[in-house]
Design a protein around this ligand. Structure first.
Ligand code: GLV
Ligand code: MN
Ligand code: MN
Length: 420
């Protein structure tokens, strides 16, 4: 093993901006919508195709692959001590229905770039270096989000999530079988198999780095979040003949609930994040009174007390506004705020400083798989700017230079961790 400082410099210098950018464009072609973004939702044929491409790149580079029972994909570059726990970096390849080309993909490709740069530099690390592609980070098709990392960490049971179904009734179990067939990996990986450390690179998905002129965000933690699904049951009836007094209008009740919740969640400081992102009305016909509405709530805050206080009000508010309808509120996700390991944060900060990138500490508004890894091993994240802070949008964009900067910081952190 070479001296750590020599190895770090060699790998950082071997990171190739053009190669990293080109790989983003190659992945962006899979599920491209034609409007600049992608629809590559979890466990679709497009997700399978993207994983297959990752496996092809891995095999060309001499890396080995393994997969666990929820489809999390691991790609390993061997170390000098094969039995030691790996240093792992990665993110996700699934997207929102109208997603961008960088959310998740960057963390996966930055990790691949680090592994390939280590090859090019001829550096042998002590610990193995691993890349991970987590299954269903987005939670758009199957709920909840960050599904693969939650199951890996033991926060969710495999059997529970395999039964989760999309709006067409397809289960995770069925869709996963298709994905594993499209991107086969014979080697099995156990849940909770130990990691020495986990580091995730990601675009910021907000405006702070760009507006402050920083290239690197040293992520200190992730705000907490709670997801709910609210199902309102009314009675279908004729729109032209049914008097108001006879109606059980599920949409009218749902609108009242959302209005009250919006008021409850309003805060002057603009810290609360409250979103009703899905609203399904049945039978969705102009002249039938809606008999059923299902809507989702995404509620986030950095302070656990606020998450508890306001989140616990969701069900009583919905009940109070139900009028003559039935209401069922299910909490589908409850994640407390996460704090990342101080040592990993220090490594990210000092790598940014040593490489002369302007940097700042920040918490993450978006959630990430790193949240679950933080309970398993020392973990952290590296943010890079995205254009105008736009994300979960087909217009999402980032510069090749900023992506390369993030990969170089990741390289330094990963090599230092892998030589401990
Ligand atoms: C991840 O995409 C999130 O919802 O924060
Ligand atoms: Mn993401
Ligand atoms: Mn996302």
């Amino acid at each position: 093993m070479a001296d750590d400082a020599v190895s770090v410099t060699a790998v950082v210098e071997a990171v190739r901006e053009n190669r990293l950018w080109q790989r983003h464009m190659d992945i962006a072609a899979i599920g491209a919508t034609g409007r600049g973004g992608v629809n590559r939702q979890a466990l679709t044929p497009e997700d399978g195709q993207a994983r297959r491409l990752m496996l092809e790149w891995a095999s060309e580079l001499g890396f080995t692959a393994s997969v666990d029972a929820i489809g999390n994909l691991f790609i390993r570059r061997a170390g000098a001590q094969p039995a030691s726990d790996p240093v792992v970096a990665g993110s996700h390849l699934d997207s929102q229905p109208t997603g961008g080309n960088f959310d998740g993909v960057f963390g996966v490709l930055a990790a691949l770039e680090v592994l390939e740069a280590a090859n090019d530099a001829g550096v042998v690390t002590g610990r193995p270096l691993e890349l991970v592609v987590w299954t269903n980070e987005e939670g758009a098709r199957f709920q909840p989000a960050t599904m693969g990392s939650a199951v890996y960490a033991g926060a969710l049971q495999l059997e529970t999530v395999l039964a989760s179904s999309d709006s067409d009734g397809v289960t995770v179990e069925q869709a996963l079988a298709g994905t594993l067939k499209a991107a086969p990996v014979p080697v099995r990986r156990d849940f909770r198999s130990p990691m020495a450390a986990y580091v995730e690179a990601h675009i910021e998905q907000g405006p702070v780095l760009e507006s402050t002129g920083n290239t690197i965000g040293v992520v200190t933690g992730i705000q907490g979040l709670r997801w709910f699904q609210v199902e309102v049951g009314g009675e279908e009836a004729h729109a032209g003949t049914t008097p108001r007094s006879n109606r059980r209008d599920a949409l009218a009740a749902a609108v009242a609930m959302v209005t009250k919740l919006q008021a409850l969640m309003f805060d002057e400081s603009d810290t609360v994040r409250f979103t009703v992102g899905r609203f399904e009305v049945a039978p969705n016909s102009p002249n039938t009174i809606p008999g059923r509405v299902v809507f989702t709530i995404d509620f986030r805050h950095p302070d656990q007390d606020v998450l508890t206080r306001l989140g616990d009000r969701v069900e009583p508010v919905c009940r109070a506004e139900a009028q003559d309808c039935t209401v069922k509120v299910v909490e589908t996700m409850n994640a407390p705020p996460t704090e990342f390991d101080p040592d990993v944060r220090d490594l990210v900060r000092s790598a940014a400083r040593r490489q002369a990138f302007r940097h700042m500490d920040m918490t993450s508004g978006a959630t990430h798989d790193a949240k679950f890894m933080a309970g398993l091993c020392p973990s952290g994240m590296i943010f890079v700017p995205c254009e105008s802070g736009v994300s979960h949008n087909e217009a999402e964009n980032a510069s090749a230079a900023d992506l390369a900067a993030g990969a170089r910081v990741l390289a330094e952190v990963a090599i230092r961790l892998a030589n401990r």
